[in-house]
Design a protein around this ligand. Structure first.
Ligand code: CU
Length: 158
C-alpha cells in the first residue's frame, strides 16, 4: 500500500494550497486591523468656532488621518451653528459626548444619519451644556473607532 506522504504533490494541488495560504494571510490581516485598530490621534485639524462647517472627511472618517478638527463652543454666545455635509459614501451622524464618562450630552440629541451627499444645519444651545471637555463623534457603530471623533470644548471665549 502506498503511503500518502510519498505521493508526489501535483502542481494544481500545490497552487490551490498556495492560494489558500495567501487568502488566509489577508483574512488574518483584515481581522487584526478590525480587532486591534491603530490608536486614534485627535485634534489634528485646527480649531473651529461658530459657525462651524464639517465635511465627512474633515469630520474624521479617514483611515489615514484620523480625527477631525477641534470645535470650540463659546459659553457666552447663545448658539453654535454647525453645518454637516456628508461627502462620503456611508451614512454618518453627529453627537456630543462627555470626555470623561463618554455619556451623551443632554440638550444635544444626536442627529439622524445623513445619507451620501446630504447637508444638515444644526444649532447647538451652548447654554445647556456645562463648560468642559467633550468629544463629538459619529454615532454609527464602529465609526468612532475608525476616527470619527474629535475634541469639543465648551468655555468662555474661544
Ligand atoms: Cu460615520
Amino acid at each position: 500500500m502506498r503511503s500518502l506522504a510519498k505521493k508526489p504533490l501535483r502542481a494544481d494541488a500545490a497552487a490551490g494550497i498556495g492560494a489558500g495560504v495567501v487568502g488566509l494571510f489577508f483574512i488574518i490581516a483584515i481581522w487584526t486591523n478590525l480587532v486591534f485598530p491603530a490608536p486614534v490621534a485627535l485634534g489634528g485639524g485646527g480649531v473651529l468656532t461658530d459657525p462651524a462647517s464639517l465635511r465627512e472627511h474633515e469630520w474624521g472618517f479617514n483611515q489615514f488621518s484620523k480625527g477631525g478638527p477641534e470645535i470650540c463652543a463659546n459659553q457666552t454666545s447663545l448658539n453654535l451653528n454647525i453645518t454637516l455635509t456628508n461627502t462620503g459614501i456611508n451614512f454618518h451622524g453627529f453627537q456630543v459626548i462627555r470626555a470623561d464618562t463618554g455619556a451623551f450630552v443632554a440638550g444635544l440629541n444626536k442627529t439622524d444619519l445623513l445619507a451620501r451627499g446630504e447637508t444638515r444645519h444644526i444649532n447647538v444651545d451652548v447654554s445647556r451644556i456645562a463648560p468642559g471637555s467633550y468629544y463629538y463623534i459619529c454615532p454609527v457603530a464602529g465609526h468612532r473607532q475608525k476616527g470619527m471623533i474629535a475634541p469639543f470644548v465648551v468655555q468662555s471665549g474661544c
